[in-house]
Write a protein that binds this ligand. Sequence first.
Ligand SMILES: [Cu+2]
Length: 306
Amino acid sequence: MTTRFRYQTALAVLACLSLTGCSSEWRLFDPKGPVANDIMWLTLVSAGIMLLVVVPVTMMGFIFSWRYRRGQTDRPYDPYWEHSNKIEAAVWGIPIAIISVLGYLTFVSSHELDPRRPIESDKPTMIIQVVALPWKWLFIYPEEGVATVNEVAMPVNQPVQFLITSDGAMNSFFIPNLGSQIYAMSGMENRLHLMADEPGVYDGMSANYSGFGFSGMKFKTHVHESEHAFEQWVSDVKTSDQSLSSESYELLRKKSRDVPPMYFSLANTLLFSEIIDRYSGSLGQLSKRRLSGSDEKTEEASVEKP
Ligand SMILES: [Cu+2]
């Protein structure tokens, strides 16, 4: 590598850093809810504690190589030196102290930030069911009787329980401004509690590569400024001429890329559990048959006869 090339590379890296720095792209450090806020502080505090080792060691590298450099005369020269209680205390004591503090923080925050732990609030928790489809996100609001694709909405300061599954490949449900990512897996129901404390529109994504159309598998999270505004949104969605039933779901679950937001009224309130059941053993086979309308029962009945 020539000096000139090195210089140009350094400039390019600096330019990239200055372009991304301090913008809203740093979503993990721009929390809009209690969970994301706790995660940000946990990250900063842990990184800070670990820097207690990195910074002094880096400085010692420079200081020692200067203090004990060849040719200096005011420091003792001791080539047979072999033990120091001070150094032993530092190299064992500091790591033990750091691991203890980090261990304590990890233990406490693992319980406090447990995705299954409901968020304390005087409001009842709202339920949103999430299905990762190839390659789009389906959101079902069982209580409101609506469903959306690639757009999710909630009122501000409303605790939300997301019930998450996948109909196909594994994905990862993630709204960086609101906190914890969690996996979406077929045949399973994962749970995640989140709350937004500031109205706005936040990006959502999958944090787990799932194939060809993955890059377009994004959604917007609309945090409405009041419950009233959210109810207004729900009634807007309800007026959609599209309805989500077991039949229309079959069309929706087909592979498609870069899907714009879609609104549905919800015809089948049990759809979410039927999607999970598809992947789980005999129950799955039954619901699959019920969904497809085919009748293989006669075949099985004849097998059961003695
Ligand atoms: Cu799992």
